[in-house]
Write a protein that binds this ligand. Structure first.
Ligand SMILES: C[S@@+](CC[C@H](N)C(=O)[O-])C[C@H]1O[C@@H](n2cnc3c(N)ncnc32)[C@H](O)[C@@H]1O
Length: 283
């Protein structure tokens, strides 16, 4: 990330979540705050140029961004019904879960962990859009490359001795492998019942020619705005590492499974491409 500046990719992801609300029918992820949080100017830009979003690259990306949030919130629902009362959104960007938290009667506390510059910008967006900050939310400004997640969370009042559910969407690819592994090891050391959903990307050798070209186009665009792709994982060795860390149940949710579960038989053909993979792991 560009030091001192909010994440441009967080802005793009929020824009595409908002586009999904407007352009896709049926929606696979309902987010009644997605349009509001990006602000009126951005919403106007979105509404005025819908064709812009119809390229293969942006359709796949929009589907991925909607799907990963849906998958994470489906995982969270299971965790809450199993008794988890802490939800940690790592690299939250403009994620809106905390402002539409449906589990307030379960006293689900949300921690939004993000780079300080992105979080400051988000708080400004929330203020400008009149979205109030619930008592069930704590902001935890933090840099994955500078300290450990344990330090950042304990400072924010996270209860290390109680189970938690973590989501980590669209972040690992921008971090060093060391930072990713340290964060996963922290989640794995959480009490029984804890879990995580996170997104990762596979090396180019896993992609076909069309997917490689799309990955390259995206990687070049993001490197140009200061957020280059850094880390890729082979799914099988990542699964092994997760088990070694202490996760008992590990599920690799590949694009093929995502298309079967969430995008089957759509008239508009919306689907995810080959790049974004998810893992769900439970302690
Ligand atoms: C592509 S955005 C994803 C945002 C959000 N998860 C979503 O799905 O919309 C990447 C996020 O990672 C955060 N991030 C990137 N590098 C970071 C670092 N070193 N420490 C903390 N957060 C970081 C950015 O601030 C940004 O919010």
């Amino acid at each position: 990330m560009n030091q001192g500046l909010p994440s441009a990719t967080a802005r793009h992801a929020a824009f595409l979540r908002a586009a999904h609300q407007l352009m896709d029918d049926p929606r696979i992820f309902d987010d009644p705050l997605a349009l509001r949080i990006i602000g009126a100017e951005a919403e106007k830009a979105l509404r005025s140029n819908p064709e812009y979003f119809q390229t293969d690259l942006l359709r796949h990306l929009r589907a991925l961004i909607a799907m990963r949030s849906r998958y994470a919130e489906d995982g969270l629902a299971e965790a809450v019904s199993g008794g988890v009362r802490q939800y940690v959104i790592l690299g939250a960007g403009l994620d809106t879960f905390a402002y539409r938290n449906p589990y307030t009667e379960n006293l689900l506390h949300v921690f939004e962990v993000d780079h300080p510059a992105t979080q400051e910008w988000k708080r400004e967006q929330l203020k400008n859009q009149g979205i109030s900050i619930p008592a069930s939310l704590t902001f935890a400004p933090f840099d994955f490359e500078k300290e450990t997640l344990a330090q950042g969370l304990i400072r924010a009042g996270f209860r290390v001795g109680e189970p938690a559910f973590f989501s980590w969407l669209g972040v690992a690819i921008y971090l060093t492998e060391t930072a990713v592994m340290e964060t996963l090891a922290f989640a794995a050391s959480s009490p029984a019942g804890s879990g995580i959903v996170f997104e990762f990307s596979v090396p180019l050798s896993y992609l076909n020619e069309t997917q490689r070209a799309r990955r390259k186009e995206l990687a070049d665009r993001l490197a140009a705005i200061g957020e280059p792709f850094l880390t890729f994982f082979d799914p099988s060795s990542l699964e092994r590492d997760l088990r070694r860390m202490g996760f008992g149940h590990v599920e690799h949710f590949a694009p093929k499974e995502a298309n079967l579960r969430y995008f089957k038989d759509r008239a508009d053909g919306l689907s995810v491409g080959g790049s974004g993979h998810l893992m769900k792991a439970r302690v």
